[in-house]
Design a protein around this ligand. Structure first.
Ligand SMILES: C[S@@+](CC[C@H](N)C(=O)[O-])C[C@H]1O[C@@H](n2cnc3c(N)ncnc32)[C@H](O)[C@@H]1O
Length: 252
């Protein structure tokens, strides 16, 4: 079992969950103060108690813990269920080069960077300087900045990357970028457009039709959790009903 060092981030699971830097030293919560420096040299999996006697399991965080508990959110993110489908249906994996716009909160950027490392790269464009600064902090904090080239730039002004495996657009006016995206994608590569409204889906599909794309499909991802008990089991009463539509197309 690996030992915890002062430069690690740790996941604390207890009455509330946190993802913190061990280097922070004292960490204050509603459940008492946790002296993180006591963790150095201990094994991941250890239990630490707060000043109020509450127990927290100390685990090594994975990318989903980072995205869920640490990434600062400004504009609306693409949720994990939708990111997963984008990766699954495009074969996103190590070595892929990807153009993305807009970066937004960099949720999808970090998710993809974790998959394309160590040989691939995410070239991501963000128009607004305030969102860009916050996204850049998130990317740096994720430890994946070597696999991301983040630009504070309007993608509609053009981009120089070509022969990429995937272009992902999550921005107003995405339909206007489709012809440029087509040129940048290598044959066999994918375009994915994430649209909150069906009107944007239609505008995007009209543009896709003008290019030599195949395997065009639009879908949404509905995830329903289940409540399982010893007596009666059934779906949860509430669920996240709508996030966005995803249009996929493959260049031939
Ligand atoms: C919904 S957010 C993207 C969220 C991102 N996918 C995530 O998971 O965190 C849309 C972003 O696109 C940016 N945007 C809009 N038009 C753009 C353009 N022409 N070039 C670059 N970014 C643009 C917006 O400023 C906004 O930050």
């Amino acid at each position: 079992m690996e030992k915890i060092t002062a430069s690690d981030k740790v996941l604390l699971l207890g009455k509330s969950d946190f993802l913190v830097d061990v280097a922070k030293g004292m960490f204050h919560t509603n459940h008492g103060t946790i002296n993180l420096s006591k963790l150095v040299g201990k094994k991941f999996g250890t239990i630490i108690k707060s000043s109020k006697g509450e127990s927290f399991s100390v685990l090594r965080p994975n990318i989903n813990d980072f995205l869920d508990k640490r990434l600062a959110r400004l504009p609306q993110i693409i949720s994990l269920k939708d990111c997963s489908l984008i990766a699954g249906l495009t074969g996103l994996s190590s070595g892929y080069n990807v153009i993305e716009a807009g970066t937004g909160s960099a949720f999808l950027t970090v998710f993809m960077a974790n998959l394309v490392k160590p040989n691939g790269k995410i070239f991501t464009y963000e128009l607004r300087s305030d969102f860009f600064k916050s996204a850049k902090k998130n990317i740096d904090d994720s430890g994946l900045s070597a696999f991301v080239d983040a630009k504070n730039r309007d993608i509609s002004k053009g981009f120089k990357e070509k022969d990429v495996d995937l272009v992902v657009l999550d921005m107003i006016g995405a339909e206007k970028i489709v012809p440029k995206a087509y040129k940048a994608i290598k044959s066999g590569g994918f375009l994915v457009v994430y649209s909150p409204y069906i009107e944007q889906v239609k505008a995007v599909c009209n543009e896709i039709e003008m290019e030599s794309f195949t395997e065009v499909r639009t879908l949404e991802c509905l995830v329903r959790d289940y409540k399982i008990t010893r007596d009666f089991s059934r779906p949860n009463t509430t669920m996240l009903a709508h996030t966005g539509y995803m249009t996929f197309a493959r260049k031939v």
